[in-house]
Every structure is written in structure tokens, then in C-alpha cells.
Design a protein around this ligand. Structure first.
Ligand code: BES
Ligand code: MN
Ligand code: ZN
Length: 501
């Protein structure tokens, strides 16, 4: 979807549909909604009076303009009660509008006001960014693999702002949203791609494309390079696969920040997780193409950070491996040695994510990072604990945890703090090696984080378990159409950009 900004009066605007809004409890609409209502001879007020539309958060009603306006259609979207309004509701309202208009074949071009920019009292560029973000996120469509691809509607959006003195702020917010959602869409596309096509080598090719288009530095370590570095734990996971593992390193180093210690993000990139010799049941396997959601979020976040020209040095590492059973595959019982020299006893080859991350987390110590955050679809248990409402946040540094939780709150991608007590180490103690890779079902989430902690020496670190966040089946949240969510990109951008966003 293409989005642009124009100065004007939305009631006079020529588009297939214009979108205005209504706060819950308002019986006499004001502003743009009032102007449109007047042109329609009071149709909106009638709906309110009849109780047919009361402005509930992200509810919509569609009216035909019947020649009384330059636009063919009017969509009114609810903003909910004024006292509960915030930029999340503005984003959601814009997304709900796109969602509703997808069902109207004649709407190719929509025009919208900046929800919350007037009566809502939001900062104008935050409101504009939220509206553009909701619009673009809701308009996403997965890559298509069929001979006849249906056209994508609506295809164009104009954000119409009446006050010319606010135009620059609206432009700024819309430009930020464009940059962020391009990163989100990159992550979503990668997660959606089928695992036969999106192998680790193809992930690296896609990362190079992204890097070339936005000016990131890119380095890819192949298996020989990783062997040279002693990454025996990561390589063990890969040894049953015909597809070579790749460690992708992206770097954003803007002028004047090239020498500073970087902020580092690391993503689990299992392009398909069969479970290996500890094979998954068929019911739990078919959707395991999304087990590279952490790596996808890292690539998408680096893209967005480059597009936003964030004035900080940022490094992203995507550890891409396929986990397959085979005559050469690693086995339960194997003892592995990785980059740090620490040994791991394999209990389950299905606890492969933490193995791949062990060497990736050891590798990033060389950058002398200010902080490291990893994102991984690590455990099914995190979904049992938190559902699809939040990812789990494990941190060994209170300030880092604080910063991540605040970024989560601003971005709308939720995080919830999880414990890292020493006692959780008990369950992953091995009789033969330094640590084992599974502690059994009880406290499986926290022991997986404790496992990773073994390999995070020398920097503040946090682990985000995003297993229940990378894919949605239902599409109940307007800005998350059924399919890949791109979870983590917005959160990371808010963390990395800090006060610069
Ligand atoms: N990729 C899975 C985790 C997962 C499960 C993601 C369900 C999304 C949905 C991970 O590699 C895995 O298999 N984890 C095991 C760990 C266990 C063997 C210790 C799990 O959660 O069952
Ligand atoms: Mn697994
Ligand atoms: Zn996995």
C-alpha cells in the first residue's frame, strides 16, 4: 500500500472512501465528522441516536454518500471512550478501517483523517505515525504462490490534514511509519515463506538484498567459517540437514557512531524445526516454518533502523539452521563443545534453538556490546503461560529489562517479565557436561533462559521468548491480519531508537 499526505478538507476530498471517526458517548460529532455528517443530511447523528453506532473502539460503519460528497463512501470508525484513548487506539482504528474496506470491491483509494490528532489530544506526529502504521500493517498480504493472484485492495491511502501548520508533523509521522512497517513487512514475508524455498542460504540472500537496499553492512559466515571459530554446538544442529547453516551479521554504523560499542540483537533462525531425532508429532510440526521468527525480526528491525537513520551503532545477528533427522544428524546423548569451550549434553534434539543461540551469543561478545537482546521462538510453554498477548522477557540486568518493557509499552508489542532465579539452573545440571539442553517439562520456560545465560558472558543481556507471537490464525487484532505478525520489529525499533522516535 502506498501512503501519502495532503492538505485539505476531507469532506471535499476525492477518493473512493473517506474515513472519519467518533468517540464513544458523543452524540453531536465535531470537526471533520460534523462536516461529513452535515453533507449527508445528518445520517451519522441518526445512527448514533438510534444506537446503531456508538463509537466503540475499532467498530466501523459504512455509509454510501449517494452523490452528496465527492467520495462514493464514508466509513466512520469508533475511537472508544475519550478517557481511554491513546495512540494504540488510533493505530487500531486506522487498521480496522482498512480491514472493513478490504470487503468493498470499489474502494481502491481511501482518504483518512489523523485519528486523535484533534479532539484526542495526541501529539500530531505520534497520531499520524499511529494512523499510518495501522493502515500499512492491516494492508499487508503474504507472498503469493498461485497463477492468478487477486488484486490487492485498497491500494492507496491519503492522509488528509486540514491545518497547514500541522502538515510537517503529519509528514514526519507518516514517514516514520513507512520505515517501520517496511521492516515489519520484511519480517512477515520471511516468516511466511515456505521452508523448501527459505533455506538458511536463501535467508542470507534475502538479508543481503535488504542490506543493499538500505545501506547496511553484511557479513555471512558459512559452515567452514563457523567451524574455524569452534561453533560446534550450532553446527551439530545443522549436521542432519542438506541445507548449509549461515550466520548472518548485519551492521548499522552511521557516521560519527562507527567506533562506539554497539547495541546487539540476535535471532533464532531455524528455517524448519522437525525436532530432529527427537522428532515432533505431525500435529506439532507443520507450522514449524515460523521457527525463524526471531531471525526475521532481527533482519526487519535492522532494515527499519537504517531507514529511520537511528544515530546509534546496531548489530543484528541471525543464526540460520535447519533441524532435520538423518543418518548424520546429532542425537540425544551427544556431548557438544562450542565457542566458549563449555560442553552441552543433548537430552532432546528438539531443544535446538538454545543450542544455536549458545554459539551465536558467544560470538557476539567480540563486539563488546552495550547490551544484547535475543529473540527466539524457543518454547511451546511460553504460549501456555502468556497466550498470544505478550512475549516473555528474561533479563539479567534490571536497567535493560526496564528499557525493553518501556519500549514494548510504547510500540504496542507487549512483553511480560519472567523470572531468572538461580534455582532454575538445578534442572539443567548434567552429570557429564557443563549443562544439558533440557530440564523436562516443569519450569521449561525459565530453564531455557537459564541455559542461554551460560553463554552470555561479558554484557548485559535479555532473552525474549516470542514462540506464541510470530503467527496469528484468527486475525482478531485489526493490525495483525491472519498470518505472520512480524512481532519484535516494532518493539526493537522503539528500544533501539529510544528518544529518537
Ligand atoms: N521451536 C520449538 C518451540 C515452539 C513450540 C515454537 C511451539 C512454536 C510453537 C522449540 O524448538 C522446541 O521444540 N521446544 C521444545 C523444548 C523442549 C524439547 C525442551 C518445546 O517447547 O516443547
Ligand atoms: Mn525444537
Ligand atoms: Zn525450534
Amino acid at each position: 500500500m502506498e501512503i501519502r499526505v495532503q492538505q485539505g478538507n476531507i469532506a471535499q476530498f476525492q477518493a473512493d472512501c473517506i474515513v472519519v471517526n467518533l468517540f464513544q458517548g458523543v452524540t453531536e460529532p465535531g470537526g471533520a465528522t460534523a462536516a461529513v455528517d452535515a453533507a449527508l443530511g445528518g445520517a451519522i447523528r441518526e445512527l448514533i441516536a438510534a444506537g446503531d453506532f456508538v463509537g466503540e473502539s475499532h467498530a466501523t460503519v459504512l455509509l454510501h454518500a449517494r452523490g452528496r460528497l465527492p467520495a462514493s463512501w464514508v466509513l466512520v470508525v469508533g475511537l472508544g471512550p475519550p478517557e481511554r484513548f491513546d495512540h494504540h487506539r488510533a493505530r487500531r482504528a486506522a487498521a480496522a478501517a482498512v480491514r472493513a474496506l478490504r470487503k468493498v470491491p470499489s474502494v481502491r483509494h481511501l482518504a483518512t483523517v489523523v485519528h486523535g490528532g484533534g479532539a484526542g489530544g495526541l501529539d500530531v506526529s505520534l497520531a499520524a505515525r499511529s494512523v499510518a502504521e495501522g493502515t500499512l500493517l492491516a494492508a499487508y498480504r503474504m507472498p503469493q504462490y498461485r497463477r492468478e493472484v487477486p488484486e490487492q485492495r485498497p491500494e492507496r491511502c491519503t492522509v488528509v490534514e486540514f491545518a497547514s501548520e500541522r502538515l510537517a508533523a503529519v509528514e514526519k509521522g507518516v514517514a516514520q511509519a513507512r520505515a517501520i512497517v517496511q521492516g515489519v513487512s520484511t519480517a512477515r514475508d520471511l516468516v511466511a515463506e515456505p521452508p523448501n524455498l527459505l533455506t538458511p542460504v536463501e535467508m542470507a540472500a534475502r538479508a543481503r538484498q535488504v542490506a543493499d537496499s538500505v545501506g547496511l553492512k553484511v557479513t555471512v559466515l558459512d559452515e567452514a567459517a563457523m567451524r574455524e571459530l569452534g561453533m560446534g554446538i550450532l553446527l551439530a544442529v545443522s549436521q542432519g540437514s542438506a541445507n548449509e547453516a549461515q550466520l548472518i551479521v548485519l551492521e548499522h554504523a552511521p557516521e560519527g557512531h562507527q567506533e562506539e560499542p554497539p547495541w546487539v540483537v540476535v535471532g533464532k533462525g531455524i528455517t524448519f524445526d522437525t525436532g530432529g531425532i527427537s522428532l515432533k508429532r505431525a500435529e506439532d510440526m507443520w507450522y514449524m516454518k515460523d521457527d525463524m521468527g526471531g531471525a526475521a525480526a532481527v533482519i526487519g528491525a535492522l532494515e527499519a533502523v537504517a531507514r529511520l537513520q537511528v544515530p546509534r551503532r546496531v548489530i543484528g545477528v541471525a543464526a540460520c539452521v535447519e533441524n532435520m533427522p538423518d543418518g548424520r544428524a546429532y542425537r540425544p546423548g551427544d556431548i557438544l563443545t562450542g565457542m566458549t569451550g563449555k560442553t552441552v549434553e543433548v537430552i532432546s534434539t528438539d531443544a535446538e534453538g538454545r543450542l544455536v543461540l549458545a554459539d551465536a551469543l558467544a560470538y557476539v561478545a567480540r563486539f563488546r556490546p552495550q547490551a544484547v537482546v535475543d529473540l527466539a521462538t524457543l518454547t511451546g510453554a511460553i504460549g501456555v503461560a502468556l497466550g498470544s498477548q505478550a512475549a516473555g522477557c528474561f533479563a539479567n540486568d534490571p536497567a535493560l529489562q526496564e528499557a525493553l518493557l518501556a519500549a514494548a509499552e510504547r510500540s504496542g508489542e507487549r512483553l511480560w517479565p519472567m523470572p531468572m532465579w538461580e534455582e532454575y539452573k538445578e534442572s539443567i545440571r548434567s552429570d557429564m557436561a557443563e549443562v544439558k539442553n533440557s530440564g523436562g517439562r516443569r519450569s521449561g520456560v525459565s530453564s531455557s533462559a537459564k541455559f542461554l545465560e551460560h553463554f552470555t558472558e561479558g554484557y548485559p543481556w535479555a532473552h525474549l521468548d516470542i514462540a506464541s507471537m510470530v503467527w496469528v490464525d484468527n486475525g482478531q487484532v485489526p493490525e495483525l491480519p491472519a498470518g505472520p505478525t512480524g512481532y519484535g520489529v516494532r518493539l526493537l525499533v522503539h528500544w533501539l531508537a529510544g528518544e529518537h522516535l
